[in-house]
Design a protein. Structure first.
Length: 206
């Protein structure tokens, strides 16, 4: 049973990665402007907005129609942070999102990367790592209806970076954060619809 549920949980991630790779191929490049490379391509902002829309649609469906539904039904199968080690468990929405990001980063044809970061990370790997990430998270937290766009240089490579508000799309999201063991005394009390972090999409500028 454990292997069966693990396989089912990973299928949406693989399908999402495949879809994004197809989108890149249809655009003639990873958001490259035709003026820069002489080939038709999707502008960086349009490309980032498009893949973000797919990411959020998949994550919202998983959170609302899988995770929340299982909890409401008091199912024997439940979402759990330690799903790798427990039978009858599936990944949390944020973990599904991270697995998708890992698959895309391993795909050399994807030409972009994405991550989930927060001003209040429960896991240190979700902490902002660049000045632009910090500025982006501050901006979308204060302006959740708007996105943040900028350019930065990391390890000698220029990137177009987009930051989008990451909101609690279901009760499972806010409840998990509010009851997490790593939550400090000054950690915010989240509710559905609150900004809990930001989705960061990074595209190398060629």
């Amino acid at each position: 049973m454990k292997k069966l549920w693990s396989l089912r949980a990973c299928l949406p991630v693989a399908l999402m990665a495949t879809f994004l790779s197809v989108l890149v191929g249809c655009g003639g490049g990873t958001g490259g402007n035709s003026e820069a490379n002489g080939k038709p391509g999707i502008p960086h902002k349009q490309f980032a907005d498009a893949v973000h829309a797919v990411m959020m649609a998949d994550r919202t469906v998983y959170a609302q129609h899988v995770v929340d539904r299982l909890k409401a039904q008091e199912s024997v199968v439940k979402p759990d942070e330690y799903w790798h080690d427990e039978d009858g468990t599936i990944p949390l929405p944020a973990q599904m999102f991270r697995m998708g990001a890992e698959l895309v980063s391993e795909n050399e044809e994807a030409g972009f990367s994405y991550s989930l970061k927060s001003k209040w990370p429960l896991n240190e790997q979700n902490k902002a790592n660049s000045d632009l990430e910090v500025a982006g998270l501050d901006y979308v937290t204060a302006n959740p209806e708007e996105n943040f766009y900028g350019e930065e240089e990391l390890a000698g490579v220029n990137y177009y970076t987009a930051v989008y508000a990451d909101v609690a799309v279901a009760g499972a999201c806010s409840n998990c954060h509010n009851s997490h063991a790593n939550r400090g005394d000054d950690y915010p009390e989240f509710k559905t619809g609150d900004v809990m972090g930001g989705v960061i999409i990074r595209i190398p500028m060629r």
